[in-house]
Design a protein around this ligand. Structure first.
Ligand code: GTP
Length: 836
């Protein structure tokens, strides 16, 4: 056994030499710890999954003891009765030795910031006290972490998590489902992909029943991040050893096993130090020939080194993601910071700032209206698109749906015709032209309301757009925002007035001159022709019985009649759908066959100023009106009494065919002309609104802002910012600084680190050990010659072992590295039980 006489008693401090074998790890892990602190400062620790090492196992399997040995100090509550009852997150941080060679080791709790614990037994007491604060004094378990940092020159940089041990039977305050609860808690740590799992199983228990391996198998089925730890090698039954366990022959594990000997309860009671324990452990392995050749998997120092190597690779793997997260955060924080702007004190600076804001606002407003805004939503219409929608899909569509004759009954038309005839009606044929004009004006007037409404809608839209401009930038200037809102509100209201006036003019213009010469207007003769056709077809379509029974026919429900005549009447001429309900009145039907062929003589002249034989119909109605008093003549022989004219006079009830034609013609004319006006309105109202309101605002807004707000004496007041903004600016600046620092820290990673260790692929090489970027990890572990030697694996010894195994050229203490001795490079599944 080649012992190094000069070497100090092996403790973790001895690992500093081992760690120098893998300096890359040390260039990375401090960065991660730095980042951890940075993110803790940012209060977003949970957003980054930093690599951790969690210890799992059943109760009293030796988890805390393993951790303690790794740290090299006594500080964890340990023992048969004392268990881990809250997760303890332990961050080991390597510090530099002081120039005078002395070392300083201390712990610091997150819940007691700034308080350094130099006495490690005090740390233990604090852990116990803190455990009880949260989980009570009677075996209760809590998932609330205790966070502890250990600063020491004697540790490797690793974050470790000590977890409560798995237990089956509830004791003390433990709830009945304690096992399930602890499993869930453990799972929440070890399921995280960046968590390395130390699955602790005591050597004196059955590995096949190991809770630790079972849970690790669930969390890490591929075994990429599970290291098996076999404790209590010293108290195995006489005649048994853990060689096969360590070689993975019982349950193979990709990352293999490390066997350790911790202090026994007796050792603890005797206050045996960890240093002594490590010496004892070393002696233990040295004195057991069965463990010869397994130096790489025996002892706490080996575990520490192995862990560190793997951890480095883990960190490497998460770095790019980390970096991109930081840069994303950086971008958004920088943006937020920029939105708070810089403080501007000078008048000139304030003026420039104000001017800039006003210009940007006006530009943003125009962009939104024009649809050039970069932040335009893709989920809904906004800005100009909404304006277009209001014009086309609301305004135009609503107008298109209006039927000008919808609210005009035949009686209305008849009344209008008779009123237009005036006193001469009995003698002369009236013009349809006059009632047409009266009626069409009435219809055109109806267009005013929707047009005004349309303008108001657009006004509302512009208001909305204005509220959406520069929201972020103006956040810091509430006074300015308010003043700008006022200015633009007033300005838009002012813009609404001329547009409404213009709309009024447009409608009045349409009403003022009814252009019956419009080329698209159906015209009188065509209308008459169409009306005649309608009447004719409706008559043809009437059942014979109804034709005979005039009164009944007249009183038949309109709907029934219209439905029947619809098929024949519904023809579109010049864009006009003839009135489907038009039908001859009872009188008309009676009169028509009596030979008044006047229908054929109807033409444009008769409508717009011509004369015709409308007399008969009129006469009938007049006669009828006078007939009633005549019945009473015998009662008034001497004096002829006139019936009092009724206060309200209705049009004559007699309906001639001519009248029916008149009504039909009027409707045709109304529809045709209304169509022309509607098209004009649909076209000119949006134009008026665009010109007087929308574009006017776009053009003038900037000038108006300058005129109303750009006053030197107002700068101060308008650029006032709330305290909250100043605070936010300060906070984001700080966050930004921290993030930038984090980003730089990541950038400072030595290039070689990037290239040499690009993450470990756990594919095993021929040694059965994981490969790290093409390098066998064995070569890395081999650099720890001291530890190999410390178990007496002298070079010679090594050689002999090497040759004893399969003849392959590989380091001796890996000679049996393939977990099942088959030389199989890969262990496909983690837990197939291999019987020996
Ligand atoms: N002989 C011997 N005793 C050990 C070994 N490891 C741990 N022990 C003892 O086993 C007992 C439990 O050890 P702990 O380290 O507290 O075990 P734990 O898994 O952390 O326990 P819980 O936190 O309660 O689940 C203690 O008395 C230790 O001294 C070992 O390798 N050999």
């Amino acid at each position: 056994m080649a012992e190094e006489p000069s070497s100090p008693s092996p403790s973790l401090s001895a690992q500093s030499s081992a760690s120098s074998a893998a300096p890359l790890g040390h260039s990375v892990i401090p960065i991660v710890n730095k980042l951890q602190d940075i993110f803790a400062q940012l209060g977003s620790q949970s957003t980054i999954e930093l690599p951790q090492v969690a210890v799992v196992g059943s109760q009293s399997s030796g988890k805390s003891s393993v951790l303690e040995s790794l740290v090299g100090r006594d500080f964890l509550p340990r023992g048969n009765e004392i268990c881990t009852r809250r997760p303890l997150v332990l961050q080991l941080l390597q510090t530099k030795r002081k120039p005078d060679g002395t070392e300083e080791e201390y712990g610091e709790f997150l819940h007691l910031p700034g308080k350094r614990f130099y006495d490690f037994s005090e740390i233990r007491r604090e852990i116990q006290a803190e455990t009880e604060r949260e989980a009570g004094g009677n075996k209760g378990v809590s998932d609330k972490q205790i966070r502890l940092k250990i600063f020491s020159p004697n540790v490797l940089d690793i974050t470790l998590v000590d977890l409560p041990g798995l237990t089956k039977v509830p004791v003390g305050d433990q709830p009945s489902d304690i096992e399930a609860r602890i499993r869930t808690m453990i799972m929440s740590y070890i399921k995280v992909q960046s968590c390395l799992i130390l699955a602790v199983t005591p050597a004196n228990s059955d590995l096949a029943n190991s809770d630790a391996l079972q849970m690790a198998g669930m969390a890490d089925p591929d075994g990429h991040r599970t290291i098996g730890i076999i404790t209590k090698l010293d108290i195995m039954d006489r005649g048994t050893d853990a060689r096969n366990l360590l070689l993975g022959k019982v349950i193979p594990l990709r990352l293999g096993y490390v066997g350790v000997v911790n202090r026994s309860q007796e050792d603890i009671m005797l206050n045996r130090s960890i240093k002594d324990a490590l010496v004892a452990e070393e002696n233990f392995f040295r004195s057991r020939p069965v463990y010869n050749g397994l130096a790489d998997r025996c002892g706490v120092p080996q575990l520490a080194k192995k862990l560190n190597q793997i951890l480095v690779q883990h960190i490497k793997a998460v770095l790019p993601g980390l970096k991109s997260r930081i840069s994303t955060a950086l971008v958004s924080v920088a943006k937020e910071h920029a939105s708070y702007g810089e403080l501007t004190e000078s008048k000139a600076g304030q003026g420039a700032l104000l001017l800039n804001i006003l210009s940007k606002y006006s530009d943003a407003f125009s962009s939104m209206v024009e649809g050039k805004n970069e932040e335009m939503s893709t989920s809904e219409l906004s800005g100009g698109a909404r304006i277009h929608y209001i014009f086309q899909s609301i305004f135009v569509k609503s107008l298109e749906e209006v039927d000008p004759c919808e609210d005009l009954t035949d009686d209305d038309i008849r009344t209008a015709i008779q009123n237009a005839t005036g006193p001469k009606s009995a003698l002369f044929v009236p013009e349809v032209g006059v009632p047409f004009e009266v009626l069409i004006r009435r219809q055109i007037a109806r267009l005013l309301d929707p047009s005004i409404q349309c303008a108001r809608f657009i006004y509302d839209e512009l208001m909305k757009i204005s509220h959406r401009c520069l929201v972020n930038e103006l956040q810091r200037f509430p006074v300015l925002r308010k003043r700008m809102d006022e200015v633009i509100g007033n300005f838009l209201r002012e813009g609404l007035e001329p547009s409404e006036t213009m709309i009024g003019h447009i409608i009045e213009m349409e009403m003022d001159y009814i252009n019956t010469s419009h080329p698209n207007f159906v015209g009188g003769s065509k209308a008459v022709e169409l009306a005649m056709q309608q009447i004719k077809s409706s008559r043809v379509s009437l059942p014979l019985s109804r034709q005979k029974d005039g009164i009944e026919t007249d009183k038949a429900p309109t709907s029934e009649r219209s439905v029947k005549s619809r098929g024949i009447l519904a023809r579109q001429v010049n864009g006009i759908v003839p009135d489907q309900g038009v039908r001859p009145s009872a009188d008309a039907e009676k009169v028509a066959p009596s030979g008044n062929s006047g229908g054929s003589s109807w033409g444009i002249s008769s409508i717009f100023g011509g004369s015709d034989s409308r007399t008969s119909a009129k006469e009938i109605s007049t006669n009828k009106a006078y007939n009633e008093p005549v019945h009473n003549t015998e009662l008034a022989m001497s004096m002829i009494h006139l019936r009092e004219p009724p206060t309200i006079l209705r049009p004559s009830e007699s309906h001639s065919e001519q009248e029916a034609i008149e009504i039909a013609v009027t409707k045709l004319l109304l529809r045709s002309y209304y169509d022309i006006v509607r098209k004009n309105i649909e076209d000119s109202i949006p134009k008026a609104i665009m010109h007087f309101l929308v574009n006017h605002t776009k053009r003038e807004l900037h000038n108006v802002f300058i005129k109303k707000l750009y006053r030197e004496n107002l700068f101060e007041e308008m650029l006032q910012e709330p305290d909250e903004i100043a605070m936010k600016r300060k906070r984001t600046r700080e966050t930004l600084r921290v993030l930038q620092q984090a980003f730089r820290t990541l950038d400072e990673l030595p290039l070689e680190a990037e290239t040499i260790e690009k993450g470990y692929s756990v594919g095993a090489d021929r040694t059965g050990l994981p490969r790290i970027h093409g390098l066998s990890t064995s070569s890395m572990y081999m650099t720890s010659g001291s530890s190999g030697d410390s178990f007496g694996a002298s070079p010679n010894h090594t050689k002999s072992r090497k040759s004893s195994h399969s003849g392959e050229l590989q380091p001796p203490f890996y000679a049996n590295a393939d977990s099942n001795g088959s030389g199989r490079p890969h262990i496909p599944s983690l837990y197939p039980t291999l019987d020996m």
